[in-house]
Write a protein that binds this ligand. Sequence first.
Ligand SMILES: Nc1nc2c(ncn2[C@@H]2O[C@H](COP(=O)(O)OP(=O)(O)OP(=O)(O)O)[C@@H](O)[C@H]2O)c(=O)[nH]1
Ligand SMILES: [Mg+2]
Length: 509
Amino acid sequence: MPVRVPMRSLDDTDPISLALAPPQDESPDDRQKRILKERVAKQVSDEIDAQLNKERQQAKRQSKPVKILLLGQSESGKSTTLKNFQLMCEPKAFRAERASWRAIIQLNVIRSLRIILEALAAASRSGDPPSPRSSYSSYSSRESIHPDSDLLSLRTRLLPLLEIEDALKRRLATPEADHLHEISSSSATPIPTISTIFRRRTNNEVVVNSSVAWQSAFMRGTDGRESFDTQNAVDWDAEDDPGPALHARSEDMQRLWEHPTVRAILDQQGIRLQESPGFFLDELEVVTSLRYVPTDDHILRARLKTLGVSEHRMHLTDPYNGITREFRFFDVGGQRSMVRFLAEHIISFECANSEDKRARWVPYFDDVEAIIFLAPISAFDQNLAEDRSVNRLADSVELWTAITSNQLLQKTNIVLFLNKIDILQAKLASGIRFADFLPTYGLRPNDYDSVSKYLRKQFNGIMKRSSPSPRIFYCHLTHVTDPKSTAYILAGIKDMLMRSHLKESRLIL
Ligand SMILES: Nc1nc2c(ncn2[C@@H]2O[C@H](COP(=O)(O)OP(=O)(O)OP(=O)(O)O)[C@@H](O)[C@H]2O)c(=O)[nH]1
Ligand SMILES: [Mg+2]
């Protein structure tokens, strides 16, 4: 016969319920008092919840989006900083774009290959070596080196790969991408851009206006689930996928890159590929593997030049009070004319005579909460691609002066990133002398600590002298392709902006 076990309610065994249960010998009077006390406590708790809710709603209604402008010359790291923000705050969205970045990295590899093949062609031609061809060149005249027949046949085998560049660019320019742009510009705030989607070479670079959904051209249709984060996002069977062709020639490319004569020719022509953006030749085996999907690190290092201004919106939550705020980032393509135009006309009083342009642009830059200004301090020995007579560091200094002296921006927080410190360290360690390019540096030591300290002081001095009213000097020495150190800095900036924005909205004192 089965034994009957007395039934116990779940609450009888739950230690929390047991602890909160009234004493067993509670008198009717005590019970009355307890119930009253509990009612009062619940009322207070409900009132606090309602107040918090009200504050959140009020914050939502009252607060305008936090607008952040990313400024700096081309290749200073603005888009990479934005990618870091995305990686930190919206990692799922960041990783959803892996398939698209795979295509950009393939373009970057082909670009490096083209530079090498062109250098070989130049070296094999008798006569004078070529003149410097990029801002990464500092041609030093020496006796020319000629590629041997083995190298020339390697070159012949690799030449057809250059056609991949055109195929990828054709995909970037799919009708779908154009269509998506139309949708985005009619449903969200349209940004006046120089062009919608752009696929031409500027200084041998592919340029895309990243406000356009160019990414869709390389992603397999998906419903936005986790699959984005996996190999599923890549359409491995796409007919025009360059992956198999790159894989088939991977060993040849590695042989080319590691060939001592190639290194000598590049060196002679002053081409320092390792320092150039989108450099992946040291990882050819990985990036040309058949099922290659970029890592976070690769995405940060991929190079895609920004054209015009692109707007990115993110919703960030303040961990202290749970209030979510919209952040709008304006990534201003660093082409010289664009940045200067912005600095000198759009966001200044001087544009009184160009009312029309001002009216069109000001809504985007009005009420800018903060500017993140990037100066790539490793570029002290390079000249601008747009104007060979201008040193890149001097250009950054000039731009910094224009921004910090701008009347309209006098209340705007400006955060300075002295960026690309990894390249600066490597350059100084290799013996390149800072004082050779900046004579005022004088006889100070040619090491990273001294140079970075000196530059920090110079940028601070300029801000102090040129700012219309005193402001705090926020400055970070950054290496924005390193997500860990960058996340730490960006988290601090995010908190600062949340706080100052709340203060302005009078939501905190
Ligand atoms: N080694 C190194 N590379 C960096 C660093 N910051 C950016 N880069 C690389 O430099 C290249 C240019 O960076 P971007 O973020 O595209 O530069 P940008 O300022 O947006 O340039 P534009 O779009 O032309 O205005 C990319 O390939 C980045 O990965 C850095 O701190 N160290
Ligand atoms: Mg950019």
